[in-house]
Design a protein around this ligand. Structure first.
Ligand code: ZN
Length: 360
């Protein structure tokens, strides 16, 4: 081959390579181009291998010329490679762009369960009247759950509670049926004066319906001192009703029987919806029953070594769910354990509105 023919082929390759490269915009096409022209078996490489066939006098010029073309094509390849890489980055950046001007998504910080909020509120109300909040075991012995509360084994009142009995050889362990066992536990460990409230879970073998749950919450109250009278009980419950349901609320006592008090009463608050006239919420009676209460039975005081000739006391119990249902017009007790966030979220701010405040 002479120099002229070599140079013509070189020009031809360069032209086609340049034209071909201009249309490339992806890295796989670029790799194919590189194989076609610059690779080990590429056109330029093959042509340069034929340099040896050129006349010796023209060979250096031909080699110089070929190297210039190769250098130019290699530079064009590198430039295209960078352009494709940079172009891809731009596209990706555009696709993954974060709009920092959008307002943030508010995290859900959660809140206490309405039962917890009500227990907290009740504890605060009673704290203002000098009562300390204590907690007791949910698994109890029959000794505390019944015997010390003036309900001996042969007493028909034991049947009233539909007790869940823990499977032990003696059957002497039960899921507590009320928070009242803490009356005896507190009095055993504390000398009068005693003023405590005991909130917590209680358990009964109940068929569930809109007003019955097998697990529910009570709040027990107990005051023992030398001059405690029925009027003290009435004053405390009156204050409770007014704090919970409004400053003009009145309460009503009616005779009732509980083995651990004498005399015993049920207490009710006048309906805040109809002011005693009778409506759907109070089922026409004008009154909403809050719980049971009475003067501590002398046998209960004796059982824990307190002389009923010297000391007297009152006790009361109320349902925590019931207080919420009455105040917020809830007609199904099962709502509290159904775990429906739409229901539970309704109570997120009620303690703050109640004025006594909750940090939750
Ligand atoms: Zn009413």
């Amino acid at each position: 081959m002479n120099y002229e023919a070599f140079a013509a082929q070189l020009d031809h390759i360069q032209e086609r390579a340049t034209a071909s490269l201009a249309g490339i915009d992806a890295s796989d096409a670029l790799a194919a181009w590189e194989r076609e022209f610059l690779g080990g078996k590429g056109e330029l490489t093959m042509l340069m291998r034929s340099l040896g066939g050129i006349e010796a006098g023209q060979r250096p010029d031909a080699g110089r010329r070929a190297n210039e073309v190769k250098k130019g094509m290699t530079a064009a390849y590198s430039a295209k490679e960078a352009a494709i890489k940079f172009g891809g980055l731009t596209t990706r950046l555009a696709a993954e762009a974060v709009d920092v001007t959008l307002p943030g998504r508010k995290p859900n910080i959660g809140y206490a369960h309405p039962i917890s909020l009500m227990i907290e509120e009740l504890s605060e109300i009673f704290a203002l009247m000098g009562f300390q909040t204590v907690f007791g075991p949910e698994v109890e012995t029959t000794h505390y759950n019944f015997d010390l509360l003036n309900i001996p084994a042969d007493h028909p009142a034991r049947d009233v509670w539909d007790t869940m009995i823990v499977d032990t050889p003696s059957d002497a362990i039960v899921m507590r049926t009320h928070t009242s066992p803490m009356q005896a536990r507190v009095m055993e460990n504390t000398s009068p004066p005693v003023r405590v409230v005991v909130p917590g879970r209680t358990y009964r073998y109940e068929a569930q319906d809109a007003s019955h749950e097998w697990m529910f919450h009570q709040l027990e109250g107990l005051a023992v001192d030398k001059t405690i009278r029925m009027s003290d009980l009435k004053g405390v419950l009156q204050e409770l009703a007014r704090q919970l349901f409004g400053p003009t609320r009145r309460i009503r006592f009616r005779c009732d029987f509980f083995p651990f008090v004498e005399p015993g009463v049920d207490f009710a608050v006048d309906c805040a919806i109809c002011y005693g006239k009778g409506c759907r919420v109070c089922k026409g009676s004008g009154w909403l029953e809050m719980g049971g209460a009475g003067m501590v039975h002398p046998n209960v005081l004796r059982g824990v070594g307190i002389d009923p000739e010297v000391y007297t006391g009152f006790a009361f119990g109320l349902g925590v769910e019931r207080m919420l249902m009455m105040r917020h017009g809830i007609n199904d007790v099962r709502a509290f354990a159904a775990n429906d966030l739409r229901f539970l979220a309704e109570f997120a701010s009620f303690s703050a509105h109640a004025g006594r405040g909750s940090s939750v």
